[in-house]
Structure formats: structure tokens, C-alpha cells
Design a protein around this ligand. Structure first.
Ligand code: SF4
Ligand code: SF4
Length: 398
């Protein structure tokens, strides 16, 4: 998932400072400051690795100004893996100046499903009592707290069974990786995923004891924690015997595919699998116009752009592309929580693109993008629905 900074030396030394990466970086476009540019952050990482720069709060803040969207990595003519260098630099920072808050959130709480569940229950309770709204209106709580929206009444884990039988003769035994964001914020996405897979002839195995995919930890420099989570999850799937693993979260998908701990386990793209299983099935098409936002972890990290569109075109009569569909929405995992104002500036551009299409629904394969885009649409007063393609398929499948 992330490598040691020094081991990437040959890569950061390849940066010739041509500046081409600046033209595609959403953070640089928003801030306009050289240290926020991809090449600026590669330079910072280089200085950090050579010891010319000491790890401190200012360096940490500058390196936090990255969505890890990979636009720069794709654009770089010298093939510099900018996002990997930034992740490795964050990892070095986490070793040299560990942050107690990051450790508490990403290691002590996030790696323990019971504690994560308890924390989300606490937030749900505070929202229900109006305490979060009060705290926000008094300026005591940060606006980033609004990003999650109102938490649903229960997480998906409360009702998704460990084994869901296939309808008819089972074609495959599929392991379902139920990620944290889907579980806590979008249980209906999980319900739809399990339902459509089962209706299309898959036995669905959702291990009870799954933990986080490790991406939030890796993005925050906690590489050992991320790897331990990967090993734990891979062992859970191996124990239960499955043909392949799928997930409805683009970020979890990229994390599982890039993890060494999942070697030997086939990780399938959910849209592609569904397209294959849908051959010969009749679907009821909606007349609503649907547009699609490409999650960075699916499009740029894994090169998957056609399968989700093909799936959507099966469910609707009027698919319409938005301009810059693969431009980042500004979410970037914890980026929007750390850098809320910058994130909102990037999100505004995405919302304008969505509006331009005249669509009634914007679909995307990443629950974190759903959260971010829903927040932007609410803020701008747009009556546009945000949905996962699998939810739309669940409605169309007859
Ligand atoms: S495009 Fe590549 S080589 Fe050019 S400045 Fe950016 S990272 Fe360096
Ligand atoms: S990964 Fe994205 S946000 Fe980060 S430097 Fe590259 S283009 Fe900018």
C-alpha cells in the first residue's frame, strides 16, 4: 500500500520539476501556492528523506494538502509516482513525530469495529438530541462535522447475515468486503449489493469479524497498522472459502487490490461482475437522467471507467456524461476533514459539472464520494439524488 520513503529515492530523483503535474492537481488549482503543487510536495519529501528538512507540524500540514487522487501520477511524463511518495513521506512523519490524535482515531478506535460502532452510535445520539446542530450553530464544532450527514438508524452489520443464499442454483460463492463507510453511513448500499448478488445467483459471504481495509491508516502514515488489518481480513476470507471478493467501495477495492496480504485472492470489480451476471436478464429502465462521477480510487488507481457506465446504461434510458467526470470531488478520505475549505472549493466545481448535465441522479461507486457530493448538493440547495449504481440496479432488477 505505501512504501518506505528512502526506497522511492530513484523515483523522486526522476522529478525534473517540469511542472506538468500542476495543471491537473485540484489542490494546486484551489490554493495556487507552489508548496501545494505535486512537484512542491515531491521536493518536500526529498528534503525530508535526505534529512535537510526536519519533521515538524508545518511539514505535516503541507503534506496533508493532497487528496491522493493520482491525477499527477497519471500526468507526469517522467512517471514519478507522486501519490506514493507523499504517502511514504506521511509515513516517515508518523514515525518521527507521532500524532496522539491520529493514533487514537485511526489505530485505537478505527481498527476495532466495536469501538467504531460505539463512536458512530455516540454521534448518532448527539445528532438525535440536536447537540451537533447546537454545537455547530454556536461555532463550537467544525463545519466538517456536517460531512457525514444524519447517520442512519443502524449500521449494515446489524442486518447483513454472514451467509446469504443464492436464489436458484449458486453460480459462485462471493466474499463481500463490507467497508466502514458503507456499513455506518450507507447501509442501503450494502443491502442492495447483497440483494442483487444473491438474486443473480451468488452465495454471498460477509465475514462477521471484518475490520477496516486499512486505507485510512495508510493515508495517515500508519503503514504497520494498515498491513495488520489487511492480514486479518485476508485470513477471514481464506477461512470461509470463497471464489472471489467484491466490495461496493472504490477505496476499499483499491486498498484490497494493492495489498500484498490479499495475494492469491481474486478481487473482482463489482460493476464488471454484475454486468457479466446480468447477461440475459430483463431490467426495468428509469426515465430519469443519470450522470456518473468517477471515483479516483476506481478510475485513476484501477483504470475502471467503462463497467460502471455500462451498468448504469442498463438501468436508465438517459445516461448523460458530466464534464470532468473523473475530476476529484475533493473528498480524499480524511482530506475534507483536515482541509475543509479547500475541499469545498474543489467540490463546488464538481457540483457545477453535475448541474450542467440536468441529471436527476448522480451515481458513483464510492461511498466517500457519495458523502462528499451529497454534502455539496445539500449546501447548494440542489434537489439531485446521489446513489450507488448498485442501488439503482436493485430498483431495476425485475
Ligand atoms: S510532472 Fe513529474 S517530473 Fe514534472 S514536476 Fe511533476 S512530478 Fe516532477
Ligand atoms: S495526488 Fe492529487 S491532490 Fe495529491 S498532489 Fe497529486 S494531483 Fe494533487
Amino acid at each position: 500500500m505505501a512504501e518506505d520513503l528512502y526506497s522511492l529515492k530513484e523515483h523522486y530523483l526522476r522529478c525534473v520539476r517540469c511542472g506538468q503535474c500542476r495543471s491537473v492537481c485540484p489542490v494546486f488549482e484551489e490554493i495556487g501556492n507552489e508548496t501545494a503543487s505535486p512537484r512542491g510536495k515531491v521536493f518536500l519529501a526529498h528534503m525530508l528523506a535526505s534529512g535537510e528538512l526536519k519533521a515538524d507540524a508545518e511539514v505535516a500540514q503541507k503534506l496533508s494538502l493532497c487528496l491522493l487522487c493520482q491525477a499527477c501520477t497519471k500526468e507526469c511524463p517522467s512517471a514519478v509516482p507522486v501519490h506514493k511518495i507523499i504517502m511514504a513521506a506521511r509515513s516517515q512523519l508518523a514515525r518521527e513525530m507521532p500524532s496522539p490524535l491520529q493514533k487514537l482515531v485511526f489505530k485505537d478506535i478505527w481498527t476495532r469495529p466495536s469501538l467504531l460502532n460505539f463512536s458512530s452510535g455516540l454521534l448518532r445520539g448527539c445528532q438525535g438530541l440536536g447537540l451537533t446542530s447546537l454545537g455547530r450553530s454556536l461555532g463550537l464544532l467544525p463545519p466538517a462535522l456536517d460531512l457525514t450527514g444524519r447517520l442512519p438508524s443502524q449500521p449494515a452489520r446489524n442486518f447483513i447475515k454472514e451467509i446469504t443464499k443464492a436464489e436458484g442454483a449458486p453460480k459462485m460463492r462471493i466474499g463481500y468486503f463490507l467497508g466502514c463507510t458503507t456499513n455506518i453511513l450507507f447501509p442501503n448500499v450494502a443491502k442492495s449489493t447483497v440483494s442483487v448478488l444473491s438474486r443473480l445467483g451468488c452465495e454471498v459471504v460477509t465475514p462477521r469479524d471484518l475490520k477496516c481495509c486499512g486505507l485510512p491508516q495508510a493515508e495517515n502514515g500508519l503503514i504497520d497498522t494498515a498491513e495488520a488489518l489487511g492480514s486479518f481480513n485476508a485470513a477471514a476470507f481464506r477461512r470461509l472459502g470463497i471464489d472471489a471478493v467484491v466490495t461496493d467501495c472504490a477505496s476499499c477495492f483499491a486498498a484490497l487490490r494493492e495489498s500484498n496480504t490479499f495475494k492469491g485472492i481474486e478481487i473482482l470489480d463489482l460493476s464488471q461482475l454484475l454486468n457479466d451476471l446480468l447477461t440475459g436478464h430483463k431490467l426495468k429502465k428509469t426515465s430519469r437522467i443519470i450522470t456518473y462521477h468517477d471515483p479516483c480510487h476506481l478510475a485513476k488507481a484501477q483504470g475502471i471507467t467503462d463497467a460502471p457506465r455500462e451498468l448504469l446504461e442498463r438501468t436508465c434510458a438517459g445516461f448523460r456524461e458530466m464534464p470532468g467526470a473523473d475530476n476529484c470531488c475533493g473528498g480524499g478520505g480524511s482530506f475534507s476533514f483536515y482541509n475543509y475549505d479547500t475541499s469545498m472549493g474543489i467540490l463546488d466545481k464538481k457540483i457545477s459539472s453535475i448541474k450542467e448535465t440536468g441529471a436527476a441522479v448522480v451515481a458513483t461507486c464510492c461511498p466517500s464520494c457519495i458523502m462528499q457530493i451529497r454534502h455539496g448538493l445539500l449546501k447548494s440547495g440542489q434537489n439531485i439524488i446521489v446513489a450507488h449504481p448498485v442501488e439503482l440496479l436493485a430498483q431495476s432488477l425485475q
